[in-house]
Design a protein around this ligand. Structure first.
Ligand code: NAD
Length: 248
């Protein structure tokens, strides 16, 4: 590990523009389970696709029941060493923004301005109407759910209210995709952290950065499908790997 961290340090020192790209693995040390590790969320619950959420009140009720069950976990989570190390690079002016697949708001909590967190899969800490886009606090959704015994609809347009996340089958957010594309094309160091790199189109960004001339680093406990195109691969714990970069 020592030499991996040293080489990462050299690449960071030499880089002009670093773009970190994060997945669920950066938040496991914060108590939020990932999807695909043993014991991850998928081994317990099949995800509810978007068309099912739209079509069925039962599916919406189930989605919200699951979300409320996760609330103590999300509410208690604090940024980990990985988040803090990236925030240090951001403060130092080395990383203009972070691209994330995560929905847990922990990059914002670690010090990134909200505008500099490019959320490819949205955010689960608030809700949004799938029709008109009106936003709602989760507390409001919970109150309505408890009062009616069912997931609420938008008070403005009567379409369903959903966590502000992107489900399978739902369109990707155009603005975030555009900004992530520009960052991947312009950076000279792209660091993929804690992602199995199997969810597309998000997994296309490391390849894009590499094709546009950036060095590519992958930090993940398990091998990923893109390890063979990376300049440096560190198969190790994220907190331990990035811990030395906190606070510079
Ligand atoms: P994933 O679950 O597919 O992959 C996570 C990877 O991180 C795994 O390969 C695992 O080996 C690795 N990992 C876990 N803990 C680690 C650690 N401490 N150190 C090093 N590696 C570690 O996650 P993904 O690629 O982000 O894709 C899953 C999708 O699920 C994402 O699109 C995201 O939207 C969503 N999700 C988000 C959260 C969150 O916001 N925290 C949590 C679960 C799922």
């Amino acid at each position: 590990l020592r030499s991996g961290v040293d080489r990462l340090g050299d690449l960071i020192a030499a880089a002009r523009t670093i773009v970190p790209f994060t997945g669920a693995g950066i938040s496991t040390e914060c108590g939020i389970p990932d999807f695909r590790s043993p014991g991850g969320l998928w081994t317990r619950n099949r995800p509810i696709p978007f068309d099912e959420f739209v079509a069925s009140q039962e599916a919406r009720d189930e989605a919200w029941r699951r979300r409320f069950a996760m609330e103590p976990t999300f509410a208690a989570a604090k940024p980990g060493r990985g988040h803090r190390a990236l925030a240090s690079l951001y403060r130092a002016g080395k990383a203009p923004a972070v691209i994330t697949q995560n929905i847990d708001n922990l990059h914002q909590a670690s010090g990134f301005a909200a505008d500099h967190v490019i959320e490819l899969h949205g955010n689960t800490t608030y809700a949004r109407c799938i029709g008109c886009g009106e936003t709602y606090q989760l507390d409001w959704v919970k109150q309505q759910f408890d009062a009616d015994g069912a997931a609420p609809d938008c008070t403005l347009c009567a379409e369903p209210v959903k966590t502000a996340t992107i489900s399978f089958g739902q369109a990707m957010p155009e603005d975030a995709m555009q900004r992530a594309t520009e960052l991947a094309q312009q950076c000279d160091l792209f660091i993929a952290i804690g992602s199995s790199l199997v969810v597309w189109p998000a997994a296309g960004f490391p390849v894009m950065a590499k094709n546009c001339g950036a060095r590519l680093v992958i930090i993940n406990r398990e091998p990923t499908e893109q390890d063979d195109i990376a300049d440096l691969v560190i198969h190790h714990d994220i907190g331990e790997t990035l811990g030395p970069f906190v606070g510079n």
